[in-house]
Design a protein. Structure first.
Length: 393
């Protein structure tokens, strides 16, 4: 059977068109990480039609959880499904009826589709309540900066929800529409941003001998950073360092600059490799600064742990996909991008998996990407079956 035609056990989304319209509204009104106030408000209002038993708001800032109890609310475990609220600082190139109205901000990771998928799951849980247990729909802020999941986990109101299982999906351009991508152990890479500031001494451009220009040090640091990952044999698995930005002084022909900045993204499949790369990068900063007589400071930003899946959760996803006659693909390697859902899988038994959004789709974070509406009922059906298999075995 075609993977886009799951056989459901009398489960459907009667108001799918309204949920698709919701996605289009969210796409038209994107908000950046930590600023998702209207997005959160819109979703909470929309979900009221499904009569959730509880709404827990102000999770990690703008986040919230909608909780649906089974008919026997005192019995059974609690399963959480997560979607992300935030968009990206990217100018949209698509010409759609619902193109972003926010200049320079757009949903280029498909989070609008992830939110709509959870709304579809809410519809299913309302029209086809499960017998027992609880299903938590977490709408999480600030995934793109790596801050959201951590903030939610450290919100007392969230800590009071006794969660046992956690699941999330991410749409995957390049995979067949509706194909399920699974992998036990590491699914997505760990990563962190490094910002290094180098301080010399400013002077007139006509008197460079009276200043200390950090330009040579900046250049050597970039080369040193690139050299750190050239020999992959020093690491257990794939480890990357990408210099993403460099700046020397101000744009002024009359000034010999006294300031420079280098920014890099460090990435690894294994947390131990990332820790080693962080140490090597800081050692390079110290050596370059000492060589050129510079002061320095550094800051780690947007840290994402590796997303580690439990074997039991992956097996649950596979069985649910098989039940729905969906195509399943085993990932030979983790994906190179990072996901802050790893904070949740570090705390609870769970898994992140991919859901194919088409082989001809633009890649994630590209200016012309748009989440395919036909994926909403597929993702919602898979989530529902996962919940059903855990809560009503």
């Amino acid at each position: 059977m075609h993977p886009m035609s799951p056989t459901l056990s009398s489960v459907s989304i009667p108001d799918l068109e309204e949920i698709i319209a919701l996605r289009h509204h969210l796409h038209r009104h994107p908000e950046l990480s930590g600023l998702e106030y209207e997005t959160s408000h819109t979703l909470q209002n929309f979900l009221q039609r499904y009569q959730p038993d509880e709404i827990v708001s102000a999770l990690g800032g703008t986040g919230f959880a909608a909780i649906f109890h089974g008919k026997e609310s005192s019995a059974g475990p609690t399963v959480l499904f997560r979607a992300e609220l935030d968009a990206l600082p990217i100018v949209e190139q698509n010409e759609l009826p619902y193109t972003s109205l926010q200049k320079g901000v757009s949903h280029k990771c498909g989070h609008d589709g992830h939110m709509a998928t959870l709304a579809g799951l809410a519809s299913m849980l309302h029209h086809h309540p499960l017998a027992k247990g609880r299903v938590v729909l977490l709408f999480q802020p600030a995934e793109e900066t790596g801050a959201g999941a951590w903030a939610v986990l450290h919100t007392p109101a969230f800590q009071k929800i006794a969660i046992e299982h956690v699941f999330a999906l991410h749409n995957m351009p390049g995979l067949l529409m509706g194909q399920v991508l699974v992998r036990p152990e590491i699914f997505a890479a760990a990563s962190v941003g490094l910002q290094v500031k180098l301080y010399g001494k400013e002077s007139h451009a006509a008197e460079p001998e009276n200043g200390v220009n950090p330009g040579e040090g900046m250049s050597e640091l970039i080369q040193a950073f690139n050299a750190l990952v050239r020999d992959q044999q020093r690491f257990q698995d794939l480890t990357l360092l990408t210099v993403v930005h460099a700046r020397l002084g101000e744009v002024a022909f009359g000034t010999n600059p006294g300031f420079a900045m280098v920014m890099a993204t460090l990435r690894a499949f294994e947390q131990e490799d990332l820790n080693q790369l962080k140490s090597l990068a800081l050692e390079a900063v110290k050596l370059v600064s000492l060589k050129y007589g510079l002061r320095y400071d550094f800051e780690w930003l947007e840290e994402f742990p590796a997303t580690r899946n439990s074997a039991e959760a992956v097996e649950c996803i596979e069985q649910a996909a098989q039940y729905l006659r969906m195509d399943i693909k085993q990932a030979a390697q983790p994906v190179r991008w990072s996901e802050d859902f790893g904070h949740l899988t570090n705390r609870y038994s769970g898994a992140l998996f991919g859901l194919g959004s088409g082989t001809n789709q633009p890649q994630l974070h590209h200016a012309d990407y748009d989440f395919p509406d036909e994926l909403i009922p597929v993702g919602a059906a898979l989530f529902y079956r996962i919940a059903e298999s855990i809560l009503n075995p």
